[in-house]
Design a protein around this ligand. Structure first.
Ligand SMILES: *[C@@H]1O[C@H](CO)[C@@H](O)[C@H](O)[C@H]1NC(C)=O
Length: 490
């Protein structure tokens, strides 16, 4: 018990108590976290952030040119299916002098040092955001709109940014009145980077860097999901890896010289398949340096890196840039191992493919983390469900060559000449859809084609696209048919 002998002592006690109270409050008080403040309130507009980023980034890219002479190819790598037990050596078809090799090695290392040291390279995105990024323009815009309808059909609420090459691809009514009602907005790349700087097939990684999202799912305009992509962000393998890619049909054709230049051991040919870039997931939080290096590979793609990363093999281009950039900077990634499947018509035991089916990475990862590699032995487990369909050959654009016999795979024509479905084989792959995705897709294509509000530049002079789609729909999807495929396993 405290007994006060004098007023003076009492006053000292009060003063000390008050001081303790003030200190306690001060030490325990923390300001409101910045994330509680709505990010948009003080945010610099996206186009200004993009411009600032490109202004800082472009000179760095330009000052680390890989060298003077370009790698040359003795012959293009053969289109070889991936074989998980092959003993074949890696193709080695690029010619590059020792001096040029060293110059490329040095430029690669210096570039990486500069981007990691640069404080001016501020990311464009807002922290904590997720969204879908794609490019579409001209004949791709109707195809993209059907894919966007498919995305919303899954219940996905992911915001979408669709990048267009330049003002010529921008369609005012669609961009300002139709797409916003579907959670998508158009952005023009030439507003940020000059039109001549970059070719269409190099745009992906730049569009991802310029997007406002921190975690990105990329989908080509002709690619759609059968379930909400939100699931993929929230689970393994994306959660811990921050980069997920899907395979192509082919064996890797990356040159051994590439590994030398980027300071990596040469992996065996059995390690993984080549990559397909119709869809991928990437986090700019964990893979910022990966994306900057991938941008370098794309910037110097046509002159140097595409040759080194595919040696003229099938679908030469940007496809290996992301995964290899991640591995060069020592970042984790998950390359889905379940094989991509061609779907289409069967002809003499072969599949005339008009689309590719890519698998659920959650299920694939669950298998491979138990050491079950179906790519080596399909008998170890049943396959994952199909998650994405990449309807690329031809594009399912009713204003172009999806109908009739003008395209070699004639997807809408049955062998007897009547109209039918595009995806009738292989039966076991179709059962992994879980639902009649082709019918759903055509329902959305019909909406896109027959909505009076929607009027694409690419369909000017293409006749009555809506009635062509209606006709096909009536013949093929309006009623069930005896030969309809099954979409669930028995
Ligand atoms: C895969 O490679 C192994 C080993 O070289 C070979 O025995 C097998 O026939 C190959 N499989 C295919 C489908 O080419």
């Amino acid at each position: 018990m405290v007994v006060f002998r004098s007023n003076k002592l009492r006053n000292i006690f009060y003063a000390v108590t008050a001081l303790i109270v003030v200190c306690t409050i001060y030490l325990n008080w923390t300001p409101t976290p910045a994330s509680v403040v709505p990010v948009t309130v003080f945010e610099v507009p996206l186009n200004e952030r993009q411009a600032a980023f490109w202004k800082a980034f472009k000179p760095i890219l330009e000052s680390h040119a890989p060298g003077t002479s370009e790698p040359t190819l003795r012959e293009p790598a053969a289109a070889q299916y991936f074989n998980a037990s092959t003993t074949e050596p890696r193709p080695d078809l690029v010619t590059l002098s020792d001096d040029d090799l060293h110059a490329m090695e040095e430029a690669h290392a210096k570039y990486l040092r500069e981007v990691s040291a640069s404080s001016r390279l501020r990311p464009v995105h807002s922290a904590g955001t997720r969204g879908l990024v794609t490019t579409a323009g001209q004949t791709y815009l109707p195809v993209f709109m059907a894919a966007l309808r498919m995305l919303r059909r899954t219940g996905s609420t992911l915001p979408v940014e669709v990048y267009m090459r330049d003002g010529g691809e921008y369609e005012k009514h669609i961009c300002e009145h139709i797409l916003p009602t579907m959670g998508a907005r158009c952005l023009i790349l030439s507003d940020v980077m000059s039109k001549a700087a970059i070719e269409y097939y190099q745009l992906k990684v730049f569009a991802v860097l310029f997007s406002s999202f921190e975690e990105v799912i990329w989908m080509d305009a002709d690619c759609f999901a059968l379930d909400k992509p939100e699931i993929l962000f929230k689970n393994e393998p994306f959660k811990s890896k921050g980069l997920v890619t899907w395979p192509d049909f082919w064996a890797s054709s990356v040159s051994p010289l590439y590994y030398k230049i980027s300071g990596q051991p040469v992996p065996p040919m059995t390690e993984r398949q080549s990559t397909e870039t119709g869809v991928f997931l990437v986090s700019k939080k964990t893979h910022w340096d990966t994306l900057l290096l991938a941008a370098y590979y794309n910037f110097y793609g046509p002159s140097h890196y595409f040759q080194l990363l595919s040696q003229g093999g099938p679908s030469n281009g940007d496809k290996e840039t992301l995964l290899h950039a991640a591995s060069a900077v020592g970042k984790p990634f998950y390359a889905v191992s379940e094989r991509v499947q061609a779907i289409g018509h069967e002809k003499e035991g072969e599949i005339l493919g008009s689309a590719m089916a890519q698998s659920d990475p959650l299920a694939d990862h669950a298998l491979t983390s138990e050491g079950k590699w179906r790519v080596q032995d399909p008998a170890v487990a049943s396959p994952p469900r199909v998650f994405f369909i990449h309807a690329n050959y031809p594009k399912f654009n009713p204003g172009e060559d999806v109908f009739g016999t003008s395209f070699e795979t004639t997807p809408t024509i049955k062998p007897d000449g009547s109209e039918g479905r595009a995806w009738t084989a292989p039966a076991d792959v179709l059962t992994r859809f879980g639902s009649d995705a082709e019918r759903s897709y055509w329902e959305e294509i019909k909406w896109v084609s027959c909505n009076k509000e929607v009027d694409f530049k690419a369909w000017k002079g293409k006749g009555d696209v809506c009635s062509n789609v209606e006709h096909y729909w009536q013949k093929v999807f309006a009623e069930p048919h005896d030969d309809d495929p099954k979409f669930v396993a028995d």
